[in-house]
Design a protein around this ligand. Sequence first.
Ligand SMILES: [Zn+2]
Length: 554
Amino acid sequence: MGLLELLKNDGAEVISDPVQVQRAYVYIRVSHEDSADRRTSLETQRRDTERYASREGIEILEWFEEPGKSAFKDAEKRVEFGRMIRQAKGDPRVSLILVWKSDRFSRDRYQAATIKGELAASGIRVVSVLEPYDSTTTSGIVLESVTDAMNQIRSIEIGQVTHRSLLVNCEMRDAESGWAYKNGGLAQFGYKNHRVYADSYRKYQRISHCIWLLDDEIIAGRPVHEWAHTMLIEWRLKERAGPDVIAKRLTEAGVPTARGRRAWSDSTVNYLLMPDKLLQYAGYGLWNRRDFRNGKQQKDRSQWKIIENAHPAIITQEEAEAIHAIREGRKARPGKRGPRPAPYVLTGGLLTCAKCGANFIGRHMHGIDYYVCGSQIYRHGADCSEGWYIRQEQADKAVFDVIENVLSSDPALLKTTIREYNNRINALVAMYKSAEADRRTEITALDKEIENLMGALANGINPVAVREAINERVAHRDRLQTITDMKLPAKITLKEVASCAAEVRQIAESRETDRKRSAIRRYIAALEAEPQNRTIRVLMQPLDSILSTFGGSP
Ligand SMILES: [Zn+2]
């Protein structure tokens, strides 16, 4: 068993948000220009990608390797790349394509945008796992961020376009089965993704969608969806079994989790008992939950879109409510308190060992909290000879100091970055304004056509055909009208960045481990401890991607 699995079994999984679980293809290649450079060898790309995937809880399905190809000159020769794109579009499990740096994917931004758009239509995003930041100086970080602005903005664009198409999607159903289209990603335990092809009126491509069907794979003599029903009704509702008991029973029965794991954890069961998951078991579809500006935070519930009969129900709504009531009842019971939260902020994959790749874990010794490479604890230092115990308080402080320094660095450099960023936001806003104008024009035109057809109907012209034409246009118009709450990334000011620095300081001084973790995830791309020379390497997120999370305030 690998160390990562070992750490996950040791409870590290609990902090990862199960909603984020995604499956990916990975594309790696060495270009002509950098093939001599050791840092960019396929091995390095592979290692960095694996690390990123394990930190983000992403399951890698397949590797596509292309040695010695340039993204720029050899577009037509990138055989593996083409194969991957074709295969990805037809594979309902895939929701991500990971590349090491965004220029591995394509250096031609138009070509990249086209392919990414096609992938987005199949519910697949392209993510680069690493961006080249010189972490040694603060100004280095800021300067690098400027050169990278283009790539970052592009990903915001794709996010927005995807968001828009998702909203249209959620009003649409598969003509044959009547089930609503899903937005890709993993199907909930008990269901399976099924790809359907819609012969759309859109000329340029054949669009595929996912719907959820009951997972009828037979495990231990019964289909998986029946196991889901047993879990919810027999065990949870009738017996009032806790998540730990349920997890144990499912593991013993040999029923795999939605991610294909053999061992169920309490948290995986707990996750399936959340209100929104229970509603999904009752056949409700939920959309628009994710905030696409940063891909992480959940949107305000008032903005969720809920539709009935989105997929086959496994339980009734009354049963879902009753199961939910069990949890509420338990929470209200007084006098029962959980264990003291652990002070360790950098565990669970945030801080990794540069020497052996293991996660650092927390250790309490002689009254002091430390971080230490997991190899020291689980393998007695095998693969990693240096045992470096870092004082938890000092490590946390150092990391937050770096974040604060970047946010309050040289105002001149920050100003340049912010100006770059705001220029692109302006361009983006212009693009949306024109898309919005098109939408309104189209609605007006449809209204006019409907009116004319109504007139024809009143005059008794071929009623069946006219009625059909009207219904078609009304449906199209209604779909267009659902796209109203598009949120554009907001421009930002130097002052906002400064106030963020103050907020970081406040978080750093608090005792809220969860808040600290999410702050670090927002600002830091990677943290590597180098036991040989006793240093921690801090890779900041590109400033642009940090800035894009400010949004909201106009
Ligand atoms: Zn190590």
